[in-house]
Design a protein around this ligand. Structure first.
Ligand code: ZN
Length: 511
């Protein structure tokens, strides 16, 4: 690597050379501290920053990112990784994961990093315009460019079997396309007939219940209360509004949730808050003593998503949860929900309906949207699919899986921002999250006995405590697949998710 670097720092009071492990940790933590400063600056950008601050903010963010990258790729970290002799579990884990991050960072030629950054920042604007005008051809050359760059990235960082593995590794360390392909194929085989069976009943919940008048200020109070009830600590976090909801774990004692409200859509605000609170509870459950090191960091995006989906769906849409909360929701919105029964409300909250847009999809059909994207991404990476042929391939798959033809590319292959951001390999983490959530929940139900009785009383501490101990505290001690095996005794499987969906929909739809 070109450029200069600092001579090895001498630590210790009397100038003794610092222990290589400790020096490695200190240096890595510095890059993570910069990252967390970037996170607070980024949170502000999406919540309170006045619009005219955007230019200066971009400069601040760019500078922080550059500093962090420099810290992380400093050749001295490479030297330390070469000499360090980790002792014990924590040290071994930290060295293993720092090595993974460092290796990936230094294998990427800086020219490639720059070109990707430049391309995706332009491509996002092109994509936004293309989606607005339903004009895929204007985005196609950019998609082609991005796929080319991602191929170069995969080649640079290396992979054993499939170039897609190299992309996955950034979000889901250790996962492989082959393994995900197997689990997704099994999921698809059970999911398609389940969704078809539901559709064939012709049963539909009342559509109007969730789209009545829900005053935004009351939604905020109720959502905040629900997030606190399930265990999000507001002494160590906040909830604010934004355009695209997210959760940002700034560091120990500070985790920021954001959501958006619509006065006639309860869905967005309420379940959106439970979703982000699930992410937040994970962040708050990490071991603060290990902040800035892998032992105190989340395991993978799939595991992160499992925590949000678990609280949003597995808990937040189940009957016992609403036996507690529905009377309270009625008190909050008396004129709106006076004539609605608990049964009607629960059916509305668990409506299954084939639709075009991923982010609006229900728990069952959602995964088909992901499987479709996963298959297309792999074909793009291998070259079996040309970027210009994406709309046709998309629509054909959509027909096969969901028996619908998207009326436009804007409602089809142009709907998501991910590809324009270079995020190939990201989509599968959403369905992995659903799969892990179901598998964890199945195990929690075994370990904790009648957890529904807790939910009926509005008590969530045993559920949260179980997740803290089994999933949050371990940090990155185990890769996601291994964590799943340790917590549940089984490798990742589609069966718990299918069993959960069948169990939920059987009484609602009479299937
Ligand atoms: Zn999420």
């Amino acid at each position: 690597m070109a450029g200069w670097y600092e001579p090895a720092m001498n630590g210790g009071l009397y100038g003794e050379p610092m222990d290589a492990y400790q020096e490695l940790i200190d240096r890595f933590r510095e890059s993570k501290l910069l990252e967390s400063i970037g996170a607070i600056v980024g949170w502000d950008q999406h919540t309170y920053m006045p619009p005219k601050g955007a230019g200066h903010r971009a400069e601040q963010m760019g500078y922080l990112a550059k500093l962090g990258h420099e810290k992380l790729t400093n050749p001295h970290i490479g030297e330390l990784l070469g000499t360090v002799k980790p002792a014990g579990e924590i040290e071994t884990v930290n060295v293993r994961e720092i090595r993974r991050v460092y290796d990936r960072a230094v294998k990427m030629p800086s020219k490639l990093v720059e070109e990707i950054a430049r391309t995706v920042s332009q491509a996002q604007n092109i994509w936004a315009e293309a989606r607005k005008k339903n004009d895929f051809p204007s985005f196609a050359p950019w998609l082609e460019k991005i796929v080319g760059l991602k191929r170069a990235e995969a080649k640079a960082v290396g992979y054993k079997e499939s170039p897609y593995d190299a992309l996955l590794d950034e979000y889901e360390p250790g996962a492989t396309a082959a393994e995900i392909t197997r689990v997704f194929a099994e999921l698809r085989a059970d999911l398609v007939p389940l969704v078809a069976a539901i559709a064939s009943t012709g049963k539909k919940p009342r559509k109007d219940i969730l789209t009545r008048e829900y005053a935004v200020d009351r939604q905020h109070v109720f959502g905040q209360g629900a997030a606190a009830a399930i265990g999000f600590d507001f002494q160590a976090g906040r909830l604010d509004t934004t355009v695209h909801p997210f959760c940002s774990g700034i560091g120990p004692g500070d985790c920021r949730l954001t959501t958006r409200y619509h006065p006639r859509e309860l869905n967005q605000g309420l379940w959106g808050i439970l979703h982000e609170a699930g992410h937040g509870i994970y962040e708050q459950g990490l071991d603060p003593a290990h902040f800035g090191t892998p032992a105190g960091s989340f395991a993978s995006l799939g595991i992160h998503e499992s925590q949000s989906r678990l609280w949003e769906n597995q808990v937040g849409r189940c009957r016992p949860f609403w036996e507690h909360f529905f009377p309270r929701l009625q008190q909050t919105f008396p004129a709106t929900l006076d004539d609605v029964t608990l049964d009607d409300f629960i059916f509305s909250a668990n409506n299954v309906e084939k639709s075009f847009i991923r982010v609006e999809a229900d728990e069952a059909t959602y995964n088909m949207h992901i499987i479709l994207r996963f298959e297309l991404e792999q074909a793009l990476m291998t070259g079996d699919l040309k970027p210009t042929d994406v709309p046709a391939a998309w629509n054909e798959k959509f027909r096969k899986m969901l028996d619908l033809t998207p009326p436009s590319d804007a409602q089809g292959c142009l709907q998501d921002i991910h590809w324009s951001m270079g995020g190939l390999g990201y989509f599968p983490t959403y369905t992995l999250g659903n799969l892990y959530a179901a598998q964890f929940m199945q195990q929690a139900r075994q370990d904790l006995g009648d957890i529904d009785a807790d939910f009926r009383r509005g008590v969530f501490s045993r559920m949260k405590g179980w997740l803290n101990e089994k999933v949050h505290r371990p940090g990155q001690r185990h890769r996601a697949g291994e964590l799943c095996r340790r917590v549940t005794g089984q490798p990742l499987s589609h069966k718990p998710l299918i069993a959960y969906l069948r169990g939920k929909y059987a009484p609602l739809y009479g299937i």
